[in-house]
Each structure stands twice: as C-alpha cells, then as structure tokens.
Design a binder for this molecule. Structure first.
Ligand code: SF4
Length: 362
C-alpha cells in the first residue's frame, strides 16, 4: 500500500464528506477533551445534545472546576459510565491547581490526567495541539484489520501490535488530527461492522479485505463471554409524603448517583429477604416489604439487570448511612433534582405519574 496515497485519498474524502459535529473544527483542548470523554462507548447522536448543554453550563475549565459533583453528575445523567463525569471534574480541578488552568500540551502529561487513556490522549494531542499521534479505537481497528487483512483476533497482543504499527505507518505527519478524525468517520459511516459500503469507500483500492472478499471475516472477534443477568430489588420508603433516597459510594458503578436503596438478590433469597438484608446493611434499619411498585430492565455493557421495586415500611430504628454516602427524604417533585441512573429515574417516573404497577425497559 502506498502510504501517502492512502492518506491523501482519505483526507480528500474527509474534506468533502466529514460529518458535522458541534466539536468539529474546534481547537480548544477543553472542548475536544469533553467531546472525546463523552464519545467513549457512546454514539455521536447521543453525545451531541449533551455536549451542547455541557458547554453552555460549563464553558471552560475554570467554571467546571468550581462546579459541584452533583451538578456535574446531573448534567451527565443519561450518558452512563458516570466515572467519566467524576473524572472530568477531578481533572478540571487538577488542571486548575497544577497547570495554572491551562490544558497540558504534552501527551505524557495528558495521559496522566484522571480518566484519560492512550486513545483519548492521542486524540486530544493530535486534534488540539497538532501532535503526530495516531488514535486507535474500535472503528479504527476495524478499518485497519480490513485494509491490512489482519487475521489475529481483536484484543490479542499480536493484533494490538499490528494496529499500532500500521496506524503509525499511515499517519501523515503534520495532519494527524484531521487524519484521525477521517479514520473515525470512515469506520463509523463507510467501513461499518455489517455490510461495509465498499463501493463508495475512498480507500477501496488499498484494501486487502476488499480484494480478497473477506470483509465480513475482518476483524476477527474474540469468543463472546456470556452476559450475566442480575436480579435486583429496591425499596420505595415513604414518610409524610417524602421518599428516602441514598447516594451510592463514590467509586464503582453509578458512584455518587442517587438511588432507591436496595441491592442484588442472592441465590436462594426471595426479593423480600434480599431487601430486608440490603436495607439493614446499607441503612442499619429493618423494613417490612409491601406491594410491588414496578419491574424495570436495563442492559449495561457487561451485564443486564432486572430490578423490582417494592413499597417498604420502616419497622426498626431510624435509618443511618452505613454503606450509603448520604441519604435524604425528598418529595416526588424533588426527585428530578438528584442525579440518578436509568433504572432509578424510571422508578421516580412511576412515582411521579402515580400509576399502578409499572413494567419498563430502558
Ligand atoms: Fe472497509 Fe470496504 Fe473500504 Fe475495505 S473497501 S476499508 S472493507 S469499506
């Protein structure tokens, strides 16, 4: 493959057909950083309104660094992977304190910031600062595996080494930012996982998989693990018209988000037994489990959850925060003010609507 010709063909296509995105064409490292973090595991169309809203709420690093974690999580609500939002806040404060409010320009320093991995660091360095750094994400791996007919399975060390080598070889010096974005666009719009549009592909003449007709077999996917499905319960505890909600511990899944207290049903337990145990561990009190409020389903990337929420009444001492970070009693209208994950937001919605038993899937 003639390297300069490959990048010329790709860049010419990108010049004509690049997708419009609110962060495209910007060189402000803050905006590029926010967009890249939002785009991790998330589709462009989903990110678009979140990005615009975020930039109006927190237009620069200083404003973000001064924001509360609650406001930041609230602005992120619905995007998932909430550790990203907590890390963005941590990073903004770090940049404010350690880099005099200026985004570091050196890729090694960028990589050391919380929540920024190799891919994101290369994206920021190349797009914002013009560094000759190649980005390699899922889309780009797919394009490279096809163009170079790489037979090693994704995730293997051999495949990763080849991706790094090839990406470095084809990167046009001085145009890395544009080139990386062009590769992302190609993977997202033309060289798609199923039925790639080879007939309109700008790099078709360099593509070995096209030549061999094995596009459907590239990249080679590793064997799929079985996705676990967890049964979970939650307690809707009401007192004088107010509902008890608790904040999850900072680390881990949905850290810092608010929820109706509860947890996983262990093997052999009924929902009621699980709820009594969970509430005792989490809030140090005893509940009597009543009627079902609703059953809710949500698929995370690596597991699925079915959660059943029940009305519960406290029959022990006053609840206290043992495992929960904070707790509070709020009216049904105030629930909207607290950042929540998908399922807890669905429970809130059921309570707000005041309907009967709810069955919802996010
Ligand atoms: Fe992908 Fe087809 Fe283009 Fe090859 S020719 S890079 S398989 S879209």
């Amino acid at each position: 493959m003639a390297v300069p010709e490959f990048s010329q063909a790709l860049l010419a296509w990108y010049d004509e057909d690049s997708r419009e995105m609110p962060w495209r064409g910007l060189t402000d490292p803050y905006a590029i950083w926010v967009s890249e973090i939002m785009l991790q595991q998330t589709r462009v169309e989903t990110v678009r309104p979140y990005f615009l809203r975020w930039m109006s709420l927190f237009p620069d690093i200083k404003t973000l660094g001064l924001a509360s974690e609650r406001d930041v999580l609230h602005a992120w609500e619905g995007l998932g992977y909430y550790a990203r939002a907590r890390n963005i806040l941590k990073t903004a404060r770090m940049i404010h304190n350690e880099f005099a409010g200026k985004f570091p320009t050196n890729i090694e320093e960028i990589r050391r910031l919380p929540g920024i991995g190799t891919y994101t660091a290369a994206a920021i360095a190349s797009i914002a600062f013009g560094a000759d750094e190649a980005t390699i994400d899922g889309n780009i791996r797919r394009v490279l595996a096809r163009v170079k007919n790489i037979p090693e399975p994704l995730g293997s060390q051999e495949a990763e080494e080849k991706f790094r080598l090839v990406a470095g070889e084809i990167l046009p010096k001085g145009k890395a930012g544009e080139f990386n974005q062009a590769m992302m666009d190609l993977g997202a719009t033309i060289c798609t996982p199923k039925q790639p549009k080879c007939e309109t592909c700008p790099v078709q003449r360099f593509c070995l998989a096209f030549e061999l007709g094995n596009q459907a077999e590239r990249p080679v996917n590793p064997e799929k693990a079985v996705i676990p499905h967890f049964q979970v319960t939650a307690a809707v505890i009401q007192r004088q018209g107010r509902f008890l909600i608790a904040m999850r511990p900072s680390g881990g899944l949905l850290g810092g988000m608010w929820e109706f207290p509860g947890g996983k049903v262990e093997p052999g337990e009924s929902d009621a037994e699980a709820l009594v145990r969970e509430i005792h561990e989490e809030l140090g009190t005893v509940v009597k489990v009543g009627e079902l409020v609703g059953s809710y389903k949500h698929a995370y990337t690596h597991f699925r959850v079915t959660l059943r929420a029940y009305r519960c009444r406290i029959i022990g001492n006053a609840p206290s925060t043992l495992e929960a970070k904070e707790m509070c009693w709020v009216s049904v209208e105030e629930l909207a003010d607290f950042p929540m994950g998908k399922i807890d937001r669905m429970i809130s919605q059921t309570l707000l609507e005041g309907t009967g038993i709810s069955n919802r899937t996010s």
